[in-house]
Design a binder for this molecule. Sequence first.
Ligand code: CNA
Length: 256
Amino acid sequence: MSEVAKKFAELIYNSNSIAVLSGAGMSTNAGIPDFRGPNGIYTKANIENPERIFDLDYFYLDPSLFYKFHKKFLEYITKAEPTFTHKFLVQLEKEGKLKGIVTQNIDSLHQKAGSKKVYEIHGGCWKNYCTKCKRKYSQEEILEKMNNEVVPKCDNCGGVIKPDIVFFGEPVKYLTESEILMKNSELVLVLGSSLAVIPAAMLPSLTKGKIIVVNKGEISEMYLPPQKVALIVNEELDTFFMQVAKEWVGSGAKGR
Ligand code: CNA
């Protein structure tokens, strides 16, 4: 692994405009399960067609299926702390190399770690609103409601409350900003994503430079132009980034 980590460290050292596309694999070490990994929410759901948990039409038909999973998910998120890799990205941004993160994650761990420019294209769990009257609910209010109601309902009008996360059937957020970030980058790091969900999976191909994928497990290469792919690293993120950090310091890159 150390040869690959060395090459990775060299590529980031030589780039002054890095963009990141992160996915659920970023946060599994923080105790938040992904969707499609071996312990993922879909993998373990034990229901037919688990994608319907996040399907908008299905949510309006029966929000209780979503909330059954969401209650557990919020418990994980509330306890979660940023990982080594989250913190590594904060450092890269401070050094001026990393220009921004597009995340498919809804756990806000990049921001909790201290990253400044983060586009949550699938939204975030801590903003919630009534689907009827649009009244907003804070993190505290929603946690309180989730303790007492199976499906949280609006105090004003009784409408079903929905977190501001992007379900299948809804447009993603910050798409233009994310596209610009990718287009202006010299290097894109895809971290902990199976690249199964579009349009997110299509973003790395916009770079004028190279793409590196670090993901333990299968990925879809459908939207990865082979001529732009510099490395595909099938490793666990934190283990790999600890190795990269050693190479980084070893190369004397820090502080130069
Ligand atoms: P995904 O399809 O579940 O893929 C995650 C990938 O990461 C899988 O290939 C895993 O094998 C891999 N993986 C898991 N842990 C690690 C690790 N420690 N190191 C390296 N690789 C690892 O998730 P995507 O993000 O690609 O799919 C997009 C969905 C997942 C988005 O809509 C998210 O909102 C959604 N999601 C987000 C969270 C979160 O916010 N933490 C959790 C679960 C799902």
